[in-house]
Design a protein around this ligand. Structure first.
Ligand SMILES: *[C@@H]1O[C@H](CO)[C@@H](O)[C@H](O)[C@H]1NC(C)=O
Ligand SMILES: *[C@@H]1O[C@H](CO)[C@@H](O)[C@H](O)[C@H]1NC(C)=O
Ligand SMILES: *[C@@H]1O[C@H](CO)[C@@H](O)[C@H](O)[C@H]1NC(C)=O
Ligand SMILES: *[C@@H]1O[C@H](CO)[C@@H](O)[C@H](O)[C@H]1NC(C)=O
Ligand SMILES: *[C@@H]1O[C@H](CO)[C@@H](O)[C@H](O)[C@H]1NC(C)=O
Length: 296
């Protein structure tokens, strides 16, 4: 009994040892396979949720730059577009796309900033199409997207990759994934510059039909533009609350989130006026939707 028991004990342990050894070898292989290929891991980490860099980014920015200084606003013909592209790409190429601060764009902004004639600045939130339709028709209005710095970046996407991999054309981080991403920081810095340059009567076009408030606390308007208006240079903020020509009236002057905007301007001691469905802009809406009830 004793010898027999001992015999089976030794048999059992050698089987256990063999299994354990095989398992160990398997585990080591598995681990080394994973740690050896760090580029695989880096790749997994940089699958962002936002769209990747716009293809031909450099050509687009250089082309837009020359178009702006040669045809749109030749007064800026002193701008060196090569230097503008260099300053722009220095901010994000080969950089961690979650570690781009708005101050990183200060060289780029210095090369592209320009004064905006008093009374021309138009700010907006959630009225992108209407405000630009209007600014195209009325030549003496200018939005951020019509300044050189805003025009260069309008509708483009861009971000970099670490480990010397340059530009990420596959995906870029969204604001939810990290707030210090190349786009958010750019528009924050550009908005700050644009608001700081504003003087005279400035205009603010809001959306009276949008859910979640015409003046949202987390918008660039609330967080960057209003705080950076210079009260010594801005004589009046004229607020236009535009409802959808076919849609509903959710907010108007003196109501809802617009109360908050009005009190911010009071705090800053900047005079303001507010108009619902400013007629010249409404006419433009009616030009596009002549059959809607509010246009009859
Ligand atoms: C590491 O990943 C790269 C890119 O996916 C691949 O080309 C390379 O063959 C991999 N190397 C090893 C050792 O698996
Ligand atoms: C732009 O600046 C670069 C140096 O940064 C210079 O080599 C180039 O000649 C300049 N271009 C023009 C058109 O002045
Ligand atoms: C208001 O916002 C909604 C939703 O984003 C949009 O469809 C509508 O065109 C906007 N209205 C105006 C006047 O810009
Ligand atoms: C405000 O106006 C003054 C004088 O009109 C000018 O010197 C100053 O640069 C302006 N400030 C800004 C930020 O535009
Ligand atoms: C600014 O707006 C006020 C009020 O509408 C108007 O009286 C004034 O003439 C405007 N100033 C300029 C320079 O347009």
């Amino acid at each position: 009994m004793k010898t027999c028991g001992r015999h089976s004990y030794w048999q059992q342990t050698s089987v256990v040892r063999q299994v354990a050894f095989t398992l160990l070898v398997f585990l080591i292989n598995l681990l080394s396979a994973h740690t050896d290929n760090s580029s695989d891991i880096a790749k997994l980490q940089t699958e962002w949720h936002g769209p990747g860099t716009t293809l031909d980014l450099k050509e687009i920015i250089l082309g837009r730059c020359y178009n702006y200084i040669r045809t749109i606003n030749p007064a800026l013909n002193y701008v060196n577009c090569t230097n503008v592209w260099e300053a722009f790409q220095n901010v994000f190429v080969n950089k961690d796309p979650c570690d781009i601060k708005k101050e990183d764009y200060s060289d780029f902004m210095e090369l592209t900033r320009h004064p905006i004639p008093c009374g021309m600045s138009v700010f907006w939130s959630k009225t992108n199409k209407l405000v630009h339709d209007y600014a195209r028709v009325i030549a003496h209005y200018m939005t951020l997207e019509q300044t050189l710095y805003g025009y260069l970046a309008d509708k483009l996407k861009w971000c970099g990759k670490i480990h010397g991999e340059g530009i990420d054309y596959k995906s870029c981080p969204t604001r939810k994934q990290c707030s210090n991403n190349p786009l958010s920081s750019f528009w924050s810095q550009a908005s700050k510059t644009f608001a700081g340059e504003a003087c005279g009567n400035v205009t603010l076009m809001l959306n009276g039909s949008v859910g979640g408030g015409a003046f949202r606390e987390d918008s660039l308007l609330a967080t960057v533009e209003i705080p950076n208006l210079n009260k010594d240079n801005v004589t009046l903020v004229q607020i236009w609350v535009m409802d959808d020509v076919t849609g509903i009236d959710r907010e108007s002057c003196g109501q809802g989130s617009i109360v908050r905007l009005e009190s911010l301007l009071k705090e800053k001691q900047i005079p303001y006026s507010c108009m619902d469905n400013y007629r010249p802009v409404h006419f433009l809406q009616c030009a596009e939707h002549p059959d809607s009830p509010s246009c009859k």
